[in-house]
Design a protein. Structure first.
Lengths: 192, 214
């Protein structure tokens, strides 16, 4: 299968590739399906992105569509207009996603005012980066949830830790709930 | 026709699965996105599933998890069509279609057929067995479906049987929301193919081991 290697500044069209390596400033038009994706620089993709293996991105990336990968490793600024999914994801980023982020294990250090509509999965950990404000979401749902500085409408999980700086409308938990003194939770419900 | 729903909460409790497992299956496309139905309830928003479909699916996944990888399972249950090369007689032997369905299909499908052919006969066979259509009508549908150029429509679309002035005819539709039919034609039967495909694949599952042995 062909690789897509881009250095410099250009506009290319999407398609199915083995490796996709981008260094520079690139617009990719239409869907991209590939085994691995590596980005250093600025990338604008108008379509869905499906990565069979690892997506490693440093820089600024805007995706007008969904992002699916086995693993996501991201440092920078990521905005996704659709849904995201990954078995595991480590992000140190300004993150904005309009849809649902379905993730096995998430380790997010957010910057600025990051926002994801919904995060669902197994293990979800969210921390604040330097000079960041709050992370916003409608719903966080998973088995193990550990968050700080988040403003969330509903948090639902088995073992839930609501850390400092959180403002949560409603927490539903099955096993254990810990709330930091510097966090506010309006309503808690213990399931079954 | 309102189908019975089950809430996510109830499903997880009933089957003893975790949020993480449920969402993992969703990522692996073992559970189609369309089955996640969001509804407003007094306490906010809640996710529901079509009860029968999801319970059957969860059981199939739990039962076969040991020997099959989730990715392989996804191929069987959902997603890409499975590679098949099967005759009508073999379908009868595997108890996937009845003798009646075979006789309705025989004029139109000779020799081994692929996934789409087998799905066609299976979906129509169910209607014959439930007494909803006559063998002649079944033949009309199978003939149209076997001749369909866009085979994917057989998996994702809707097939309908109409009657006008005593004559029946079949329509295969990819987007059922955009169809306007002659007012004097009467809709006799509608088959949702994704639904039929789900049932078809559930039937396929227990036999998967045998297939690999061959």
């Amino acid at each position: 299968m062909n690789d897509l290697i881009v250095n410099g500044k250009s506009v290319v069209s999407g398609g199915t590739f083995g490796k996709v390596n981008v260094n520079g400033i690139v617009s990719i038009e239409n869907d991209v399906i590939c085994d691995t994706l590596r980005l250093n620089g600025v990338c604008d993709i108008t379509g869905n992105v499906k990565v069979g293996g690892k997506a490693e991105l440093d820089g600024v990336c805007k995706i007008s569509g969904d992002l699916d990968a086995e693993t996501i490793d991201f440092d920078g600024h990521l905005s996704v207009s659709g849904n995201m999914s990954a078995e595991s994801a480590a992000l140190s980023a300004v993150l904005s996603a309009e849809g649902t982020f379905n993730v096995g294990s998430l380790d997010l250090r957010f910057y600025f005012g990051s926002r994801v509509n919904e995060i669902v999965g197994s293990t979800i950990k969210i921390r604040r980066g330097r000079l960041a404000m709050t992370f916003r979401s409608e719903l966080i749902e998973g088995d193990i949830i550990d968050i700080e500085h988040c403003e969330i409408r509903t948090v639902r999980g088995d073992d839930v830790v609501i850390g400092k700086g959180c403002r949560i409308e409603k927490v539903e938990y099955r096993n254990e709930l810990t709330v930091h003194p510097k966090a506010s939770v309006r309503e808690t419900v213990k399931l079954n | 026709m309102e189908e019975e729903l089950i809430s996510k909460k109830e499903l997880l409790e009933l089957k003893g699965i975790s949020y993480g497992t449920l969402y993992r299956w969703k990522r692996k496309q073992l559970i189609p996105d369309e089955w996640f139905i969001k509804r407003s309830v007094p306490s906010g928003q809640e996710t529901f599933f079509p009860r029968d479909l999801i319970l059957e699916r969860v059981d199939s996944i739990l039962n076969s998890k040991e020997e099959t990888s989730l990715d392989d399972l996804a191929k069987v249950l959902y997603g890409s069509p499975v590679e098949m090369n099967i005759t009508l007689n073999e379908l009868v032997e595997r108890k996937m279609i009845s003798d009646a369905a075979r006789s309705a299909a025989e004029p139109f499908i000779t020799g081994p057929t692929d996934y789409y052919g087998a799905l066609t006969v299976f979906s129509i066979g169910r209607e014959i067995d439930s007494g909803d259509i006559s063998l002649d009508d079944a033949g009309t549908m199978i003939r149209s479906m076997a001749a369909a150029e866009d085979r994917e429509m057989l998996r994702q679309g809707v097939t309908r049987l109409y009657r006008k002035q005593g004559v029946t005819f079949c329509a295969i539709i990819s987007d059922a929301s955009k169809v306007s039919m002659d007012v004097s034609s009467k809709l006799v039967l509608e088959i949702s193919m994704p639904r039929a495909a789900a049932a078809f694949k559930a039937k396929l599952l227990p036999n998967k081991g045998e297939e690999e042995d061959e």
